[in-house]
Design a protein around this ligand. Sequence first.
Ligand code: UDP
Ligand code: MG
Length: 313
Amino acid sequence: MSSSAVRISIVVPALNESPNLVPLYERLTDVLAGVDCEWELIVVDDGSTDNSAEVLNELHSRDARVRALVFTRNFGQDAAITAGLQAATGDAVIVMDADGQDPPEVIPAMLARWREGYKIVAGRRIRRIEHAASKRAFAFVFYRVMRAATGWDYPLDTGEFRVLDRAVVDVLNACPQRNRLMRTLSSWTGYAHSVVDYTQERRMHGKTKYSFLRSLRLAVTGLTAFSTLPLRIALWLGVFIISMSMVAALGLLLRSNPASLLEWGMLGLLLVSGVQCLLIGIIGEYVGRAMIELQQRPLFVISKAIGLDSPRQ
Ligand code: UDP
Ligand code: MG
């Protein structure tokens, strides 16, 4: 190891991934042996109900570079990444999934880009072998909507797999925001970013933790936490529907048969109440988020730290 070696932290959120942890560690060890760096692997166990904590303990005693934080319960992938970033000491941090879908073998190419000076190097999935067409289509639309809604240079088709320079990590650690979609928050920092293309592999073991509904919820969080576009859409939709009903009212006034007035009235009423529901729903989404921000609850509670001090919460 040269004295000028940089220090790399790998942060892995993991929920019930115990069969994947050792294979991931072994693949990482092989890959990082070829990179001139010192490294640490920080696995954040996000409330697993399997024997992940035991496996992590074992791995730590085998190799002290493996550290872990164990949450008391499931706080979500973004809270786990947040905890890992706070614990990480590296000059650069690599965030990746535990299941092998983000192949460690891509890391050297990503680090090469980082060494060129890019503060964020995101892995871009050019192929997703495992995920269903519906999930891929959903992700395709999501990234494009996010890019339009946020108004900043949002890298398309990138997940959490990325290299973050220490400067980015420091900004993220200082962000008090509660609704954190980490990939969005890191691109929000505005640091120069680059992408490295890769084929997303199959999960080594286990099943995805994201049902379609959970992905949808995450997308709604991402959109409403970072953009007021839905509010503006609702506003313009309201204006549009009111204009249309005025045109319809004019049409009814000019009609010769007055019997249809009731029908049209009913239809109008239905439309207006639908619009009101939509508006209230969207406003409620924002009010809910404002409330969560005000509560300032910690994002996670750590029950145990292996080979690490608990980070600031
Ligand atoms: N994960 C987590 N907490 C959660 C859900 C997921 O830490 O509440 C982890 C999971 O163990 C994996 C990563 O986040 O390492 C991505 O999850 P998954 O592979 O299930 O998502 P997919 O790749 O299917 O979209
Ligand atoms: Mg996965």
